[in-house]
Every structure is written in C-alpha cells, then in structure tokens.
Design a protein around this ligand. Structure first.
Ligand SMILES: O=c1[nH]cc([C@@H]2O[C@H](COP(=O)(O)O)[C@@H](O)[C@H]2O)c(=O)[nH]1
Length: 288
C-alpha cells in the first residue's frame, strides 16, 4: 500500500502537470530542465523568472551576471529558479548555464516575446525571450504559482492617446500567478497603470511600503481559494539608499520620451536611453 507521503508526492505531481495532461496540444511542447522537473515532481517550491530582462533589459555581460545572481538568491532561499525562454522554438522552463549564456549573448537578437508572439516564435523555431505576460502564461501552464521580476510593463505615458498598454496588465487580469516585482518603472504612467490593474481586477499589494497599500495581506491565498482566476501583483520597493535620484531620472525620461516611438520596441528603447542619459544610474538601480 502506498505511504501517505508517496500519495502526497503523487498528488503534487498531478497538480503541477494537470494543465499539460488535460491539454494534449501543449504536452511535449514544453521542455523542463532536470532540476525544475524534479522540483515540480516532488512538490518543492519553484520560482519562475522572465528572460526579456536578460535579452532586452540590460547589456552583456551585466545581464548574465544579474540573471545568475537572481537564480542564486532564489536557491539560497530554498526554492528552485525556473528561468523561462523559448530556444529554437521550444519553450524551456528552467535553463542550463549554457542556455542562460546563449540567451544573454543573443541579447536583442532574441525576439522579445509577449503572449501574442508565442505562436510565431514557436512555429518559426526562433529564439524568444519571454516578457512578464508570456512568462506568466508558461508558469501558470506548468503549475508554478510564483514569479519574480524587476519591473512589469504598464500603461505608457500618453497611453490615453496611443493605447500603448502592456499585455502584462491584461495577463495579470486572467492568469493566476503571483508576480513579485519592484513595481512599475517611472518611464511609464504609474497612476494609469494602477487604474488599469483595477479595471482588470488585479489585487495590488505593497510589501513594506506606504506608497502602495501600507500593509501586507495574504491575498494570493484568498484569490486561489475563491478561484478568482487572476494574478496578484506584490510590489517590493528597492532600498531607498540604493535608488537613483528621482529628478535626474525624470529629466532623462522626458528627453527619451521625445525620441521614442510606440510599440513593443518602446520599453527597451526608453530603458536603454534613460540609462545612457543618467550615466548608468538607472541600470544600477535595476540590478539592485
Ligand atoms: O524595467 C523593466 N521593465 C520592463 C521590462 C520588460 O518589458 C516588458 C514589457 O514590455 P511592453 O511594455 O512592450 O509590454 C516586461 O514584461 C519586461 O519583460 C524590462 O526588461 N525592464
């Protein structure tokens, strides 16, 4: 007769892989690293990580160093990191050291892949670095409920005219994954981003900050139990002493915005230009 711990492991495995089993279309299309597969099978904590921040968010080699450091922090805290990217058309959940290096050196030659781009990248056997929306999709599909990133996309400044609203926000509205991030970069319109998240029914909590709600509630548990079906955004601000000066960043943003074009290239363009204009200060805050 099976022991109760074996039964609980089996039940964990079933829970983690159920989305794959119940949908033959996706079964076999996602490749797990041995470490992540093992962790999911045994019910260990797994934390999803995105890859656009590696390819488009930072230059080489800081991108590789930061990606490795983030994975290390997750490991030190007792969980298994699952960096998600599409390599040669195969969605990979958990990357080897070689795959991480490959993605970091590909940089912007990898396709920035939001939810709408997944089919295109897979069908063309391309290399795709997943944004928050695509990473949430894969994390949810394979049963990883927590995802950590630096900054999520949002409503761009003048979004009321351009309609340039990141698909990260609609994904948060429909995919049950808790996203822990340092918030929304000020290249974006933060009040409009929060309004949009409200429209999407996304619970936003601030962790140890009174800029966002001043208390931390265990809302992700309630969201799961009530089967609300949406994500939760947990904003963790970077330490004050390590944040770059607000006015310096703001004037760089104003200058960069005048040069920007809307579309999926806008976020990487603004981040790179603001970094140039601040002499590297904005990149340094992103790495922290
Ligand atoms: O500070 C950052 N914000 C956002 C991104 C990336 O940009 C994506 C949003 O892009 P868009 O605005 O095109 O939706 C995010 O999901 C994330 O992958 C980043 O690299 N760095």
């Amino acid at each position: 007769m099976a022991s109760s711990s074996a039964l609980s492991r089996l039940s964990n495995l079933h829970n983690h892989l159920r989305p794959l089993d119940s949908n033959n279309q996706i079964e076999g299309l996602v490749k797990f690293s041995p470490e992540v597969y093992q962790a999911l099978s045994s019910g260990r904590a797994v934390v999803a990580l995105e890859s656009t921040i590696i390819s488009h968010g930072m230059p080489y080699p800081q991108n590789l160093e930061t990606a490795k450091q983030v994975e290390e922090i997750v490991r030190k805290n007792g969980a298994v990191p699952a960096t998600i990217a599409i390599l040669d058309g195969v969605p990979c959940v958990g990357l080897s050291a070689e795959q991480l290096e490959r993605l970091a050196t590909l940089g912007t030659r990898a396709q920035k892949t939001a939810r709408r781009d997944i089919a295109y990248v897979v069908a063309g056997r391309r290399n795709g670095a997943t944004t928050v929306s695509a990473t949430m999709f894969f994390a949810s599909t394979v049963g990883i409920p927590v995802f950590v990133t630096g900054g999520i996309g949002g409503v761009h400044r003048h979004g009321e005219e351009t309609m340039d609203v990141s698909s990260d926000l609609t994904e948060l509205g429909k995919t049950p994954v808790a996203v822990v991030s340092a918030g929304v970069k000020s290249i974006l319109d933060i009040p409009k981003t929060l309004e949009y998240l409200e429209t999407q029914g996304v619970c936003v909590v601030g962790y140890k900050t009174d800029e966002f709600p001043a208390f931390f509630t265990d809302t992700s548990d309630a969201t799961t139990k009530l089967k609300l079906g949406n994500g939760v955004l947990i904003a963790v601000p970077i330490p004050k002493e390590q944040s770059a000066s607000g006015s310096k960043i703001e004037s760089a943003i104003q200058k960069a915005l005048k040069e920007a074009r809307i579309g999926s290239a806008e976020t990487p363009f603004l981040l790179a230009r603001v970094n140039e204009l601040t002499g590297g200060a904005s990149l340094a805050s992103s790495i922290l």
